[in-house]
Design a binder for this molecule. Structure first.
Ligand code: NAD
Length: 556
């Protein structure tokens, strides 16, 4: 039962400002970030405690939420609260270096880690789905997906187009919750994007939210707008209504000058992908009427869609899968070249992971956007030579609307994150910031996740499914003094398919916090370096050698 008498759903909003409502800032940070995850401005379905990602929850029930809040309010500076899948199960006396909260969510023993068993246990009230940052209290809204998509297109620009997408045209589909970040991520990299969606309301919504610039009336019109912008080296994103399974092959047939091709339709669920020959308006009724036939038809459409993507690849375009399983669905329909193009992690993100780079994020516990403005400025001063970072921070400052507590995300790597953490801590101490800062990250990071369909797809040594790394990551962050540490299973890819860990540190301006920040924000990205060095990636081995990451088997 999510809701029980006396523990009913209600709007939750984290306290703001410099006054403590608990016995210390480490606990206060956990309390505010837990509450922030459930803020109606942040959570997708706050009444059912769902933050994002299907059923990713911040607490198992309203009674568990109330108990966690009450416990955090009285938790001492040498105590630790233990959370088992969204429910507080114990408080132990530890020490002031120890995390104030330790969290384990959705973990099941290997052979039992499937949806059926998980749902049985969930129905019994014994577990909950924690996703990545829902159950670990560091979700910051859609800024996260925008930045990740910006980073992916930035990596393509770097790999193939001299660092900028200016003068290139990207073709993609899917303008939904996550896919809707694609047009803005492409234009932020100075490129032109044609984005196909069969639902005109998604196109209009992205235009209204300024993620998409304009829409075209026809394929020809879209190409006209795209080539004109490309030739003028101007960024532009164009929505095009239609079925990607028809439009992609038509564009290929026309020999359209497309440079980059990907897709973010909801292909992971065949009932959410529009087959050929069905009007979008009839999609729901048709899928309910005969789900089996609909699945067959949508898989066949995906095969046509993926075949066109392979055609673009054969013609020289940069083509990649964006984590929606469209390759596997096309393969199931009998298309045998579906896996000819790679997933986005092995294609672009892995070299970043090799040097410990990944999504670093922070939130202003004051609730004051001025604090984020000041931290943005500090980041630019700390890393003046990083042009890519400067572009992101400047554009995020202009274009990203805050959801809940003001927050920022950017990618920083080994040797960089602790500099940012220490700087923010000084700014809290000096009063330049009006309250402490919570510093954390996604579980999707360089050394904190084992996920063979995503972050660890095609590791060069075949170690895709080795899950010791995220466990070591959680242990080392605990040993290094993080404010809370979490260990989850399943995340974005589903039950049984990943194991991942997270940490959050509170920069409260004290000397103790500075020591903890230095250790955690060095060792945590360091895990990414050693994990990839161990797998044999040269760039990781070089990074370890040049930046002084110790790896015993390479020392003699
Ligand atoms: P969503 O359901 O909100 O949006 C999907 C969109 O696809 C909808 O607007 C729908 O109208 C459109 N669509 C469906 N069939 C179509 C067709 N045949 N032609 C054109 N448009 C079609 O989903 P979302 O949250 O945007 O996520 C999209 C996909 O990306 C999911 O499969 C998700 O799992 C995946 N995803 C991957 C990553 C990653 O690994 N980088 C991150 C987030 C989401």
């Amino acid at each position: 039962e999510i809701s029980t008498p006396g523990h009913e759903p209600r709007p939750v909003r984290a306290p703001r400002g410099p006054e403590l409502t608990t016995l210390g800032w480490q606990q206060e940070g956990a309390l505010r970030m837990l509450m922030n995850n459930l803020d109606p401005d942040v959570a997708e379905h706050p009444d059912s405690l769902v933050v994002y990602g299907g059923t990713g929850r911040a607490a198992r029930s309203w009674a568990a939420f109330d108990a966690m809040v009450a416990t955090l309010k009285t938790l001492k500076n040498d105590e630790t609260m233990l959370v088992q899948s969204g429910k507080p199960v114990g408080v132990f006396r530890t020490n002031e270096w120890a995390p104030r909260v330790l969290i384990a969510n959705s973990n099941l023993v290997g052979d039992w880690a499937n949806w059926e068993e998980f749902r049985r246990l969930e129905d019994l009230g014994l577990t909950m789905y924690g996703q990545m940052t829902a159950g670990s209290w560091i979700y910051i809204g859609t800024q996260g997906i925008l930045q990740g998509t910006y980073e992916t297109f930035g990596a393509i620009a770097k790999k193939r187009y001299n660092g900028s997408l200016a003068g290139t045209i990207t073709l993609t589909a899917g303008l939904g919750g996550m896919g809707g970040a694609q047009p803005l991520a492409v234009t932020m990299n100075d490129g032109v994007a044609i984005c196909v969606d069969c639902d005109i309301t998604r196109i209009d919504r992205r235009i209204a939210h300024k993620y998409l610039d304009t829409k075209a009336d026809s394929i020809e019109h879209a190409l006209e707008l795209a080539t004109a912008a490309r030739d003028a080296k101007k960024p532009l994103s164009i929505g095009l209504e239609g079925n990607a399974a028809e439009i992609f092959p038509a564009l290929l047939e026309m020999k359209a000058p497309i440079d980059i091709v990907t897709d973010q339709t909801s292909a992971h669920d065949p009932l959410a992908y529009l087959p050929i020959g069905i009007d979008f308006g009839d999609m729901k009724t048709m899928s309910e009427k005969d789900p089996q036939k609909f699945t067959e038809d949508s898989r066949n459409a995906m095969a046509a869609h993926v075949k066109a993507m392979v055609g673009f690849m054969d013609a020289g375009a940069e083509v990649f899968d964006y984590g929606n399983s469209i390759r596997d669905e096309a393969r199931k329909a009998g298309y045998d070249r579906a896996f000819d193009f790679p997933g986005f992690v092995p294609a672009y993100i892995r070299p970043l992971f090799e040097e410990g780079l990944g999504p670093f994020r922070w939130a202003a516990l004051s609730g004051d956007p001025k604090d984020i403005e000041a931290t943005d400025k500090a980041i630019l001063e700390l890393f003046p030579e990083n042009e890519h970072l400067r572009r992101w921070i400047t554009m995020a400052g202009e274009k990203v609307a805050f959801e809940g507590l003001p927050a920022r995300i950017c990618w920083l790597g080994y040797g960089e994150r602790h500099l940012a953490g220490l700087k923010f801590n000084e700014m809290v101490a000096s009063g330049e910031l009006s309250a402490p800062i919570a510093i954390g990250r996604d579980h999707l990071d360089s050394g904190s996740v084992a996920s063979p369909y995503r972050e660890t797809e095609s590791m060069i040594d075949g170690s895709d499914a080795i899950a010791d790394w995220p466990l070591l990551n959680a242990l080392v962050n605990t040993a290094s003094g993080a404010s809370w540490v979490s260990l989850h299973q399943g995340g974005g890819v589903g039950m049984g398919r990943s194991i991942h860990a997270g940490q959050v540190c509170i920069a409260d301006g004290t000397e103790l916090a500075a020591k903890k920040l230095e250790a955690v924000l060095t060792n945590d990205p360091g895990m990414g370096v050693i994990r990839h060095a161990d797998a044999g990636y040269d760039h990781a081995i070089d990074t370890a050698a040049t930046r002084g990451v110790r790896i015993p088997m390479t020392e003699n």
